[in-house]
Design a protein around this ligand. Structure first.
Ligand SMILES: Nc1ncnc2c1ncn2[C@@H]1O[C@H](COP(=O)(O)OP(=O)(O)OP(=O)(O)O)[C@@H](O)[C@H]1O
Ligand SMILES: [Mg+2]
Length: 452
């Protein structure tokens, strides 16, 4: 970390002090603001690491109200900015107050430049450490929502969107190929919403025969139809105060689409064979892998219903389009399954890893889970190989073709072992044979994992 890469914003109304500081801190990248508005504008635009803030600013030069207001505004914009407060007339009390509000440190005016520089260096150092800690925890989890693994920009974008709409009561539609995680995200949305502690009720519109689906959704009274031996509460009612997840919504028969639409307009239901109208407060989340717009074109889906369900839509990208997610999911599954089946499998072979990255995953995350389960159950080694995964790759040559680095490592490994064998494990002599220094050979042995 060099001073030149650090940005400092000086907030100061006295032109004399401004130029003095600018000169003294010329090692840093400097921006200057002389009132509240320009300070806030610079905090946004310039994004400083450190702000040196004069507390006494017009219209309250003798006090600190204006300075403290700037402090709060800047911390609201970027909480990780380190603010060093310079207090003159306003005195120590105001300085203490500013630290309570989140300032990093303070120094008295007139400012001793050497002391100020020390404080700045430390502030930059602390900030860098905090930034490292933040990225480290993010890397470690890769779990934007509980149970949702994702590290690719494509999925993180979707997850951020889901998080943003969770608190609003809008209807959300998830589309995407089979096995991409539509249900997983619907549940995550529910858990991130204010309804999290209320029911999440799912109904699969494709799995239930048409004549039963209506009663599943709306419920029925005893004797409503042959076989209705007792009163049954429908899924919509069960989801009251919570979330109703309409899975495979594209498969809902047209007559029922009309009834569902009426419910969405009025937010009231009648159980089949019932006489009362029941008000129901539910949030609707639906999912489909069907192209609903095409279904609307050919008359299979109602356009008006589509707009009700689709207040916000998320298209979940297929696994093959998520950079790095397949390997992340594979590793997670390996750990989980290896524990579950009492296996000691620790890793993937290099070819297996490349295969996972290159494979098309037409069945998406579900297919990956199935392939991993099979591989873990059948494998008896410590490593999952490309064969264990049975990936059918279009271009298998590409996978079997070793990289230059693999070839080099293999050659080094072989020749180092030969040299050690010839010299009876004498590292000095082996190094001489190989034409390298002893420390170099030791380094190489370490890299190659060769034990003498
Ligand atoms: N991001 C993810 N992290 C962890 N597991 C996931 C993720 N996405 C999907 N899965 C897992 O993959 C499987 C399929 O997910 P899900 O049922 O949500 O897919 P879907 O899109 O609803 O599929 P379908 O259209 O076939 O119903 C589930 O076992 C789920 O737990
Ligand atoms: Mg599903």
């Amino acid at each position: 970390m060099t001073a030149g890469s650090q940005k400092i914003l000086i907030v100061e109304d006295d032109p004399g002090v401004q130029s003095q500081m600018k000169w003294a801190l010329s090692d840093f990248e400097i921006a200057i603001a002389d009132d509240r508005n320009s300070a806030i504008a610079q905090a946004r635009r310039f994004d400083p690491n450190v702000v040196i803030l004069d507390l006494g600013m017009p219209p309250d030069e003798a006090g600190a109200t204006e300075g403290l207001a700037v402090l709060e505004a800047i911390l609201a914009i970027s909480p990780r900015t380190k603010i060093i407060v310079a207090s003159g007339h306003s005195g120590r009390e105001a300085a203490v107050k500013s630290v309570q509000l989140g300032a990093y440190d303070f120094c008295a005016k007139p400012v001793d430049i050497e002391i100020l520089k020390m404080i700045i260096d430390r502030a930059c150092h602390v900030q860098a450490l905090e930034a490292d800690a933040l990225t480290a925890t993010r890397d470690k989890t890769s779990e934007p929502f509980e149970g949702v693994l994702a590290a690719s920009p494509q999925m993180l974008k979707v997850c951020r969107g889901v998080e943003r709409v969770a608190s609003a009561d809008v209807s959300v539609l998830f589309t995407g190929e089979s096995g991409t995680g539509k249900e997983v995200l619907a549940k995550a949305l529910h858990r991130a919403s204010p309804r999290a502690n209320n029911p999440f009720v799912a109904i699969n519109c494709a799995a239930i025969p048409e004549n039963l689906l209506e009663s599943e959704l709306f419920g029925h009274e005893k004797g409503a139809f042959t076989g209705a031996v007792k009163q049954t509460i429908g899924k919509i009612e069960q989801a009251t105060t919570g979330t109703l997840f309409l899975d495979e919504i594209g498969d809902m028969p047209l007559p029922l689409q009309a009834k569902l639409l009426r419910f969405l307009q009025e937010r009231k239901i009648e159980r089949i064979g019932g006489r009362k109208t029941i008000e129901v407060d539910v949030r609707i989340v639906s999912a489909t892998n069907m192209d609903l717009e095409a279904a609307i074109q050919n008359g299979g889906f109602r356009e008006d219903l589509f707009y009700r369900l689709n207040e916000i839509a998320f298209e979940i990208p297929p696994l093959r389009e998520r950079d790095g997610d397949a390997l992340l999911l594979a590793k997670f599954n390996l750990e989980k399954l290896s524990g579950l089946y009492n296996k000691k499998i620790k890793e993937f072979s290099t070819l297996a890893k490349r295969g996972i990255e290159l494979y098309d995953w037409p069945g998406n995350v579900r297919e990956l889970e199935n392939k991993m389960k099979r591989a873990v159950v059948l494998s008896d080694g410590k490593t999952i190989t490309a064969e264990d995964l049975e990936l059918e790759l279009d271009d298998s040559e590409d996978v079997n073709f070793p990289t230059l680095r693999q070839v080099r490592e293999k050659a080094e490994f072989d020749v180092v072992n030969r040299a050690l064998a010839v010299t009876d494990n004498n590292v000095s002599q082996a190094a001489k044979l190989l034409g390298v220094s002893r420390p170099t050979l030791y380094e190489l042995l370490k890299t190659l994992g060769v034990k003498v």
